[in-house]
Design a protein around this ligand. Structure first.
Ligand code: B3K
Ligand code: ZN
Length: 859
C-alpha cells in the first residue's frame, strides 16, 4: 500500500456544491443513485478528468449531463471520468450489500437496521465520490424502503418530506443546508424508538432532540438526553457556540468500531455511550456517556462548521474537541478528579505510544491507512498541546483566540496552522517556537534539581526530547510549568507561578528562604512531559499530605510509590531500605485514608497505585512478571498494614445510600478501592466482604467492583458470583461485555486459561467489536496474563489479529500496538513478541490497516 504524505497535498480540481442521493434500501442489496453538480475549482490546477474514490462498489451506470456514457475507466477502486467543460452534472448508480459489510465502514447492517460510518474514508464504500475532507457540498437525500422493516428513516439535516409508497414501502427526504465533507454523511433506517425533548438555544430557537434506540432500551436513555442538554448549554456559555439546525438526532447501534460519530445532525453512537441506568451502568459509565455525548456535540463547531483540510490535520478537530469535552466534564464533575483521570489516561495510553515504534507527532507527516492515526497522540496529546496554549494565554485570552478561529474559518476546511495563527492573533501569544509541539513526536523529559544556598533556592531545569522513528534529533520546545515553593514549617507557599522552559537548560533563582523550600512542579499537569527528579522522600510525603493543588498531591503519592517500586525492581534494596520506603508510603497512604478534609472522590483517586503500564514506562527494559509481583506485594503489604483502617473505611462508605450525587459516588469509589487492598492483604476474609458487597449491591458500580475483586481470588465465592452475574444479565450485551472483561483483566493466576475458555463461550463473537474488545483488550492490558513468560499470551493475541483481520481490519489493527512494545521488554519475551509480529507480517492478504501497524512495529 502506498504512503500518503502531508507535503503532497494539492486541492481537488473540482468543486461539488450540491449532491443529491437516492437510496433504495435493502439489507442485502441497496441501490444508490448520486447526482453531483461539478464545476472547476478556480483555486486548483485544471484537470480533464475527475477521480471519484470507490471501495468495493458495484457500478451500475454513469451518465454525464443526462447522457449515459461508457468512457469511464477504473484506476484500482477509483472511477475516472473525462470532463471537458467547466461545469457538469454527473449521475452514478451503484449497488452495495450492507449485510455482507463486516468491516462496519460505509453502509452496514446491525441488528436488522441499516446505518453508516463514513469517517475517515467510508463514504467511498457507499458511492463513487471525491472522498476527502476538503470537498464540501450540501446534501439532499431521498430514502426509500419497506415500512415494516425500516419504519424510521433518518439522515443529516432536516426532514423535508415523507410519504407512503406502494407495496408497503415508504420514503423520507432530507436536506442538510450546511456544506459538509462526505465523512460527515450519515443515514439510519430501522425499527427504532426515541426519547424526545427540546432545547431552546441562546437566540431562542427550539431544537428537537431525539435519542433513538431499540424498543426495550428506552428506559436507559435519560442520562444521555440530560448530557446532551448540558453540553448544548455549556458550549453556549463557555465558547459562545450555538447549535445550527432544528433537529439533533442520536442513534445507538450495537455494532460499532469506536465510541461514536459526529455526523451533522445525526450522531451515530455505540450503545455503550448511550445506555445507562444504575442497575447496568457504573459511575464511570455514566461519566463516559456524558463525556462522549459532549464530545460529539462539540464537534458541531470544532469539526463540522470548521472541518479539516486533509487527514493530517485530524488533531485540529480531535485535539481541540477532546480539550473542550475535558473542560466540560471538569465543570460537571469537579476539576481535580477529572484532571487526574485525564492524566492517567494520557500516561497509560499516550506515553507508551510516544516512546514506541508507532510514535508520531500530533500532526503526522505520512500514513498508509488513516484509521491507524485515530490515536491517543492525536486525541489526548493533541488536547494537552492546546491546553498548554490556554494555560499560557489564560482562559479569557484563549477564548478570544478560539472566537477568532471560528469566525475566520467558519465553513472552511482548515489546518492546524490556521488554528495556531488564530490563537496567536486572538490571544496575543507568540507561538513561533511552540509549533514544534505539532511537528515533533516523543514525550519530553524534564530533569529537575534544586540547590539551596544562603537563602536562595535555585531551580535548574533541563529538557530532552527523545528520538522517535524518523526524527533522530529534536529541538527544545517551550514547556510551561506551574510551580510553587512551600515553606516546610508553615506548610504554605507564597503563590504559584507559571514558568516556561524554552531552552535546553535553564536556571531560576528564588530568594528569601530561611530554609530549603519544598518544590511542587508541573502543578495541574500544565505540560505533557515526564518530570525526572530525585526529590527527597520526605518532600514527597510532605506534598502527598498537603499540597493545595490536588493534582500535585496525587502526583507526589505516585512518585513516592514509583520511586520505591523502581528501586525494588532494580534489585538494590536492602531489607532496611525496603522498610524505610514502605514506611514513607504508609505515612502518606495513612494520611489519605483518614484525612477528613478530603472528599471521598479524591480519596479514591489518591488510593490508586500507579498502573503496571506506567511502571513499565519508567524502565528502559521492563520485566512484566517482576513488576506485577512487586506491585502486588506492595498492595498486599498496605492491605495488611492498614487492615482495620480499611475495614472501618469500607464500613463507613458502605452505609452511604445510592444516589448519583458527588459524595455518594465518591463513597462507591472508595468502597471498591478499600476492598482491593483488603483482598490483597487477606484474601479469605476479604472474599466474604466482597461477596457481601456483591450480593447486597443495588447498583452496578458496587456489584462490578466486588466482582472484580472476587474474580481475582480462588474459591467458590468467585464461581458463584460470576455465575450469578451472568444469569442476572444474560441477554444484556453491554453488561455481558463487563463479565468478559472482568475475567480477562483479573489478577487471577489462571486468567490466561480463562480467556481461552471465554473465546469459546457461545456469547463470544468476532463480529461485534465491543465483544472482541471486552475480552481481548482487557487481556492485552492484563500484564501478568498477556506477558506470561512462555509467550502463550502473545500467540493468542496474534491468532486473534489474524482471524479478525479479514472480518474487521480496523478493529484488528488496534491490537497490534500491544505486541509492538517488544523493544521495551526483557530480551526473552521481546524475542517471542517479535516472532509473533513476524508471523502476522508473513500472512497473505493482510489488510492495509494491520500491514501498516505490523511493519511499523517491526521496523
Ligand atoms: N470522529 C470520530 C472518529 C472516527 C474514527 C474513524 N476511524 C469520533 C470522534 O472522535 O468523535
Ligand atoms: Zn472526536
Amino acid at each position: 500500500p502506498p504512503v500518503i504524505r502531508r507535503e503532497d497535498y494539492t486541492p481537488f480540481p473540482w468543486i461539488l456544491p450540491e449532491v443529491r442521493l437516492r437510496f433504495d434500501l435493502g439489507l442485502e442489496a441497496t441501490r444508490v443513485v448520486s447526482t453531483l453538480t461539478v464545476a472547476r475549482n478556480a483555486k486548483a490546477d485544471p484537470s480533464s478528468t475527475i477521480r471519484l474514490n470507490g471501495d468495493g462498489l458495484q457500478l451500475v451506470s454513469v451518465s454525464i449531463d443526462g447522457e449515459p456514457v461508457n468512457t469511464w475507466s477504473m484506476d484500482g477502486d477509483d472511477l475516472i471520468l473525462p470532463l471537458s467543460g467547466d461545469a457538469h452534472e454527473v449521475e452514478i448508480a451503484t449497488e452495495i450489500d450492507p449485510g455482507a459489510n463486516s468491516q462496519l465502514m460505509g453502509l452496514y447492517a446491525s441488528n436488522g437496521m441499516l446505518c453508516t460510518q463514513c469517517e475517515a474514508e467510508g463514504f467511498r464504500r457507499i458511492t463513487f465520490f471525491p472522498d476527502r475532507p476538503d470537498v464540501l457540498s450540501t446534501y439532499s437525500v431521498r430514502m426509500e424502503g419497506e415500512k415494516a422493516q425500516f419504519p424510521i428513516l433518518l439522515c443529516n439535516g432536516n426532514k423535508v418530506e415523507e410519504g407512503e409508497l406502494e407495496d408497503g414501502r415508504h420514503f423520507a427526504e432530507w436536506h442538510d443546508p450546511w456544506p459538509k465533507p462526505s465523512y460527515l454523511f450519515a443515514l439510519v433506517a430501522g425499527d427504532l424508538v426515541a426519547n424526545s425533548s427540546t432545547f431552546t438555544t441562546m437566540s431562542g430557537r427550539d431544537v428537537e432532540l431525539n435519542v433513538w434506540v431499540r424498543d426495550g432500551d428506552l428506559p436507559r436513555t435519560d442520562h444521555a438526553m440530560e448530557s446532551l442538554k448540558k453540553s448544548m448549554q455549556w458550549d453556549e456559555e463557555t465558547f459562545d457556540r450555538e447549535y445550527d439546525l432544528d433537529l439533533y438526532n442520536i442513534v445507538a447501534v450495537s455494532d460499532f468500531n469506536m465510541g461514536a460519530m459526529e455526523n451533522k445532525g445525526l450522531n451515530v453512537f455505540n450503545t455503550k455511550y448511550v445506555l445507562a441506568d444504575p442497575d447496568t451502568a457504573t459511575d464511570a459509565d455514566f461519566d463516559a456517556i456524558e463525556g462522549v455525548i459532549a464530545h460529539e456535540y462539540f464537534h458541531n463547531w470544532s469539526g463540522n462548521r470548521v472541518t479539516c483540510r486533509d487527514w493530517f490535520q485530524l488533531s485540529l478537530k480531535e485535539g481541540f474537541t477532546v480539550l473542550r469535552d475535558q473542560l466540560f466534564s471538569q465543570d460537571m464533575q469537579g476539576e481535580a478528579v477529572k484532571r487526574i483521570e485525564d492524566v492517567r489516561i494520557l500516561r497509560s495510553a499516550q506515553f507508551p505510544e510516544d516512546s514506541g515504534p508507532l510514535a508520531h507527532p500530533i500532526r503526522p507527516d505520512s500514513y498508509r491507512e488513516i484509521s491507524n492515526f485515530y490515536t491517543a497522540t492525536v486525541y489526548n496529546k493533541g488536547a494537552e498541546v492546546i491546553r498548554m496554549m490556554r494555560s499560557m494565554a489564560g482562559p479569557e485570552a484563549f477564548r478570544a483566540g478560539t472566537d477568532l478561529y471560528f469566525d475566520r474559518h467558519d465553513g472552511e476546511a482548515a489546518t492546524c496552522e490556521d488554528f495556531v495563527r488564530a490563537i496567536e492573533d486572538g490571544a496575543g501569544l507568540d507561538l513561533e517556537q511552540f509549533r514544534l509541539w505539532y511537528s515533533q513526536a516523543g514525550t519530553p523529559k524534564v530533569e529537575v534539581a534544586m540547590r539551596y544556598e544562603g537563602e536562595t533556592a535555585t531551580l535548574s531545569l533541563k529538557q530532552t526530547v527523545p528520538p522517535t522513528p524518523g526524527q533522530p534529533a529534536k529541538h527544545p520546545m517551550p514547556i510551561p510549568l506551574r510551580i510553587a515553593l512551600f515553606d516546610r514549617e508553615s506548610g504554605e507557599h507564597g503563590g504559584e507561578q507559571l514558568i516556561v522552559l524554552d531552552t535546553a537548560e535553564k536556571e531560576l533563582a528564588f530568594e528569601g528562604f530561611a530554609q530549603a523550600p519544598v518544590l511542587s512542579i508541573n502543578r495541574g499537569f500544565t505540560a505533557p512531559v515526564a518530570i525526572e527528579r530525585t526529590a527527597p522522600r520526605e518532600d514527597l510525603v510532605f506534598l502527598a499530605a498537603r499540597d493545595d493543588d490536588s493534582f500535585a498531591r496525587y502526583e507526589a503519592m505516585q512518585e513516592l510509590v514509583v520511586g520505591h517500586l523502581v528501586a525494588a525492581l532494580g534489585g538494590g534494596l536492602s531489607d532496611e531500605e525496603r522498610e524505610v520506603g514502605q514506611a514513607a508510603i504508609a505515612e502518606a497512604f495513612g494520611a489519605i485514608l483518614t484525612d477528613d478534609t478530603l472528599d471521598d472522590s479524591m480519596r479514591g483517586e489518591l488510593m490508586m497505585l500507579p498502573s503496571q503500564t506506567y511502571l513499565m514506562e519508567q524502565m528502559l527494559v521492563a520485566d512484566p512478571g517482576r513488576i506485577h509481583a512487586e506491585r502486588e506485594a506492595l498492595k498486599a503489604w498496605l492491605g495488611q498494614h492498614f487492615h482495620s483502617t480499611l475495614e472501618t473505611l469500607h464500613d463507613r462508605v458502605s452505609a452511604v445510600p445510592y444516589s448519583l450525587d458527588g459524595p455518594a459516588r465518591g463513597a462507591r469509589k472508595v468502597k471498591t478501592q478499600a476492598l482491593v487492598y483488603l483482598a490483597a492483604g487477606d484474601p479469605e476474609s476479604a472474599a466474604e466482604r466482597a461477596w457481601e458487597q456483591f450480593d447486597g449491591a443495588d447498583n452496578m458500580t458496587d456489584r462490578q467492583g466486588a466482582l472484580m475483586v472476587l474474580a481475582g481470588l480462588e474459591g467458590a465465592l468467585r464461581t458463584n458470583a460470576l455465575l450469578d452475574f451472568y444469569n442476572r444479565y444474560k441477554g444484556n450485551d453491554l453488561v455481558i461485555d463487563k463479565w468478559f472483561t472482568l475475567q480477562a483483566w483479573s489478577t487471577h493466576p489462571q486468567a490466561i486459561e480463562h480467556v481461552k475458555a471465554l473465546a469459546k463461550h457461545p456469547d463470544f463473537t468476532l463480529r461485534n467489536p465491543n465483544r472482541v474488545r471486552s475480552l481481548y483488550m482487557a487481556f492485552a492490558g492484563n500484564p501478568h496474563a498477556f506477558h506470561q513468560a512462555d509467550g502463550e499470551g502473545y500467540r493468542m493475541l496474534a491468532d486473534l489479529i489474524l482471524s479478525l483481520d479479514p472480518i474487521n481490519p480496523q478493529t484488528a489493527a488496534r491490537f497490534v500496538p500491544a505486541l509492538g512494545r517488544w523493544r521495551r521488554i526483557e530480551p526473552h519475551r521481546a524475542a517471542l513478541m517479535r516472532a509473533e509480529l513476524e508471523r502476522i507480517a508473513a500472512a497473505e492478504n493482510l489488510s492495509r490497516d494491520t500491514y501498516e501497524q505490523v511493519t511499523r512495529s517491526l521496523g
